[in-house]
Design a protein around this ligand. Structure first.
Ligand SMILES: [Zn+2]
Length: 613
């Protein structure tokens, strides 16, 4: 038996070798080298190759000019964890499940680096944020996985990565480099700050975080000045990162890898500068948040100087890279291979073969999703229209609800056409959004009260015979641990079977939380207090029309709004039907949980990821 098997192997081996030789960059004897560079928080329209008026990215421009640039590439989420998880799994956020701080990537999801490692690649991952740590599953498939935090500037990250590349240059390698410089705080090296900072402006004093927190309070002229200064520092960071990519490229030239290594430049999401009333990222799904750079460069295997206008998504990265390396793609993912759009044309007697866009890439529907500091919001892009689904809710200084934009005639997304639509177009796009079974309609119970910052302590119990499967907060929710000690919990996701206990200190304006009972018609009992005193008289349940005097509220259509101008004397409870992550139940049952340490929570808070006290 053994001999027969050996004979089969001998026949099979030459075929395998042939496949390996035929695939990939340079058509050399080994699998093609790949360097994936993710520049965190880099919005597409701040790169000169994407039309920015300042020359922020000379090196990346060069890679784009000699490679393939996708002009309409979209992230799957406006913040680091879910978007990078999409990059590595080819799945949309509600499928890979890493949609909040305390959820890791679904264990059964295939990971990009794992596929490369299984195929014999040397794999090196160099990351500079906790959201890309092994706690979330990002180390899966990396031989070498290095996480540097806080002060890990691009020079340090590139330094580590290029040493690893040097040591592995004789092998086929996959390197992933994550650069965090462009993210807040905007503190580029002086040379790069000076290059962009308006000469007529005094230096900004105070931390980026402090400055960001007051932008909304300024009058329009003062605000414009602040935004100019902040944008200049942001651009300085971009230029600095670009200079470090140039340094990496020089090293590749020294290693003689520059012509046969695929370099991919991508970002996880963008950054907003008050275009829609907010700063930073994570909260909205406008293009300044989800339109990202997407560039492929390799002289030996990638088309030269091509700009592709077909809309693509971060979920396409994994299947494209596997396809490029001649490796098998997982079949049950959302992404599609873009190989046909990036590969070098073949010389034919009539000239170069034209780019062929596969049928399935032409009419596709792209998705993005976030739950950052609020309920599920998601958008769908198709045929030049972006439809954003959002329940009515308030975040920071803005109210949110459903929106729809024509991205062709209104690139800056200023005119919400849902207001003019007779309902037909919105209905069509809502149907597209719901088609993938990623979202489900659920009954949500809302508990709200009016408050003043730090003033009162609200507490209570909400119990049901059934499970309460999810919740979100408007401010920090406190809970007691097993010893009865008060513990701050930013999320209401993990409640005891059938009960939520909470203690919350007042924030200015509307305070409270929302929750989803399972099943939807589960009976709920509310026990609510203020400063531990019972409050039966001022709890109002249901729509405000029933008893408008029961609680201080303002009406916005059928939706009650708590107003801080009115006496702060009780709770308002109502329910609504909302679309949300269809896997919420699954998350509670599967439970790939992540519990960041308190030190890590402080780091995340310093970066603006966690709100509250
Ligand atoms: Zn990010």
């Amino acid at each position: 038996m053994k001999n027969i098997f050996a004979a089969k192997l001998l026949i099979a081996l030459p075929i395998l070798i042939f496949i390996f030789i035929a695939g990939g960059c340079g058509k050399s004897e080994k699998l093609p080298n790949i360097i994936l560079i993710s520049i965190d928080t880099l919005r597409a329209d701040h790169l000169s190759c994407y039309g920015y008026k300042k020359k922020t990215t000379p090196m990346i421009d060069l890679l784009a000019e000699k490679g393939v640039r996708f002009s309409k590439a979209y992230s799957t989420s406006p913040w680091t964890l879910p978007s990078h998880a999409s990059m590595f799994t080819g799945l949309y956020p509600t499928k890979h499940n890493a949609v909040e701080e305390n959820f890791a990537i679904e264990k059964k999801a295939a990971m990009l680096a794992q596929r490369f490692q299984d195929a014999g690649y040397a794999t090196g991952g160099f990351v500079s944020h906790y959201y890309l740590s092994k706690d979330y599953g990002f180390d899966r498939g990396f031989d070498k996985f290095e996480m540097q935090l806080d002060d890990a500037t691009a020079d340090k990250m590139i330094g580590s990565a290029s040493k690893w590349i040097r040591d592995n240059r004789k092998k086929s390698f996959f390197a992933f480099i994550h650069l965090f410089d462009v993210h807040t705080p905007y503190t580029p090296p002086l040379k790069f700050a000076k290059k962009y900072y308006p000469s007529d402006m005094a230096a900004i004093t105070g931390s980026t975080r402090d400055v960001l927190s007051v932008v909304h309070q300024k009058d329009p002229i003062e605000r414009r000045k602040m935004l100019r200064a902040l944008t200049a520092l942001y651009d300085g960071e971009i230029d600095f990162v670009d200079s470090q990519i140039a340094a990496l490229f020089k090293k590749l030239q020294v290693f003689k890898l520059d012509k046969k290594t695929l370099i991919v430049i991508v970002s996880d999401h963008g950054e907003e500068f008050f275009e829609h009333g907010l700063m930073e990222h994570g909260f909205t799904l406008y293009d300044e948040q989800i339109h990202i750079p997407f560039i492929f460069y390799c002289p030996k295997s990638i088309a030269k100087g091509r700009v592709v206008d077909v809309p693509v998504s971060l979920v396409d990265l994994m299947p494209t890279l596997l396809d490029y390396a001649g490796l098998q793609k997982p079949t049950d993912i959302d992404g599609l291979s873009l190989l046909k759009l990036i590969e070098k044309p073949i010389k034919t007697p009539d000239g170069l073969s034209p780019m062929e866009t596969p049928e399935q890439l032409r009419e596709r529907v792209l998705h993005a999703h976030t739950t950052r500091q609020g309920p599920d919001r998601m958008c769908v892009l198709n045929d030049g229209i972006k439809y954003i689904y959002s329940p009515r809710f308030k975040l920071s200084y803005r109210e949110f609800g459903p929106e729809m934009y024509n991205l062709i005639s209104d690139q800056n997304e200023q005119e919400n056409i849902i207001e003019k639509d007779d309902g037909a177009l919105a209905e069509k796009y809502l149907a597209l959004l719901l088609k993938g079974n990623m979202y489900k309609e659920r009954k949500v119970w809302h508990v709200r009260w009016a408050g003043t910052k730090g003033e009162s302590r609200y507490n209570g119990n909400v119990t049901t015979l059934n499970r309460i499967i999810a919740g979100y907060k408007n401010n920090v929710i406190y809970d007691t641990d097993a010893d009865g000690k008060l513990v701050a919990r930013e999320f209401l996701w993990k409640r005891k079977e059938g009960a939520i206990r909470f203690i919350a200190f007042g924030e200015d304006g509307e305070n409270g939380f929302s929750m989803v009972p399972d099943p939807p018609d589960a009976k709920l009992n509310f026990f609510l207090f203020k400063e531990n005193k019972d409050y039966p008289k001022s709890v109002h349940i249901g729509k405000i029309g029933n008893n408008p005097d029961a609680i201080p509220v303002a009406l916005d259509g059928d939706i009650p709004r708590v107003s801080k101008e009115l006496p702060k004397d009780g709770y308002l409870i109502w329910n609504s039907m909302e679309y949300m992550n269809a896997n919420v139940v699954g998350q509670f049952e599967i439970g790939d949980k992540v519990q960041p340490s308190s030190e890590m929570r402080e780091r995340l808070r310093a970066l603006g990821y966690l709100s509250g006290n």
